[in-house]
Design a protein around this ligand. Structure first.
Ligand SMILES: [Zn+2]
Ligand SMILES: [Zn+2]
Length: 307
């Protein structure tokens, strides 16, 4: 099929990769912009890093910029406006992992400069100032071909690394979902109300073996639960799965701001309470104010392991 993917499909093509997300994360948190610094921060092989940087430049996420060092011209990579807009998605990933995924090494903590508190975030509606907004507070309408045009071939093999001493690189369950396009699409379909194996299969056009594998993994992760086992199993989102809606909402919002899909592939999330197209924002759980990109800091965990 020559037609280009939906906006969400294009967004997933650009960022649904563990290394890409980690490269972005380090650029945000540590202001990394040079090859050697990403390599050393992330322990990546040079060939994989070079490949990802090239893709991220081609995809408009990074902007190469020359600089002089010891008489030679080298390249550093600056976040594009498009990439900078991914910051709340990364904060929401941090928040979800912190809430739901057990770990040995605590994630860094978020400090909101305005109130000075170590805090967490709530998903909010940018239109009506409600927070928290959950999946249950929203309605979603999709075009007939939204899913048919999401599935583009996966570029990179899915690999989830074991927990090492570096807590920032260990976001295992997010990477399982966002690092694999079928997983993202299946979870998105669950948010849209799909429940039965046969419905996922028919609507997504996914091979039964792939679908069975991803649904099994989601139940292992306690993101989905089997409601009616048997020949025609029915699934439901658990609280943990429903809470992934924040990440999904920022992904959809970003995708729709930066990509255009063919007709009939759109997706519209509405905040029921105010009736507007849902634009997510982050609010501080301590003071309730909207959080801006430059008004927060991450500080090392104080040693006590969360959860
Ligand atoms: Zn609203
Ligand atoms: Zn605050």
């Amino acid at each position: 099929m020559a037609e280009r993917p939906s906006a969400i499909g294009q967004a997933l093509l650009a960022i649904s990769d563990q290394w890409t997300l980690l490269i972005l994360q380090r650029a945000f948190l540590r202001h990394v912009r040079r090859f050697a610094d990403w390599r050393d921060e992330l322990g990546m092989s040079e060939s994989v890093l070079a490949n990802r940087l090239k893709e991220m430049v081609a995809g408009g996420l990074l902007r190469p910029s020359p600089y002089r060092e010891q008489g030679r011209t080298r390249t550093e990579y600056l976040l594009s406006e498009q990439a900078i807009e991914l910051w709340p998605l990364l904060v929401e990933i941090w928040s979800w992992e912190r809430r739901w995924v057990p770990r040995r090494h605590g994630l860094p903590e978020l400090v909101h400069d305005a109130c000075g508190k170590r805090t967490d975030v709530h998903l909010g509606c940018a239109s009506c100032a409600a927070a928290p907004v959950t999946a249950r507070d929203t309605g979603t309408v999709r075009g007939a071909a939204t899913f048919a045009q999401v599935t583009v071939p996966r570029l990179h093999r899915r690999t989830v690394r074991p927990e090492t001493g570096d807590p920032l690189s260990y976001l295992p369950e997010t990477f399982e979902v966002l690092g694999d396009r079928w997983s993202t699409v299946i979870l998105a379909a669950a948010f849209l109300g799909l429940r039965r194996f046969a419905d996922f299969q028919a609507e997504l056009g996914v091979a039964p073996s792939v679908l069975a594998d991803r649904l099994r993994r989601f139940t292992e992760l306690d993101v989905l639960a089997v409601e009616e086992p048997g020949a025609r199993p029915r699934y439901r989102l658990t609280d943990k799965g429903l809470d992934f809606f924040g990440i999904f909402a920022f992904l959809v919002d970003w995708a729709q701001r930066w990509y255009a899909g063919p007709p009939g592939t759109g997706l519209r999330i509405t905040h029921r309470a105010c009736g507007t197209a849902f634009r997510p924002c982050l609010r501080c759980r301590s003071c309730g104010e909207v959080i801006g990109r430059t008004g927060i800091r991450f500080v090392p965990h104080d040693g006590e392991i969360s959860r």
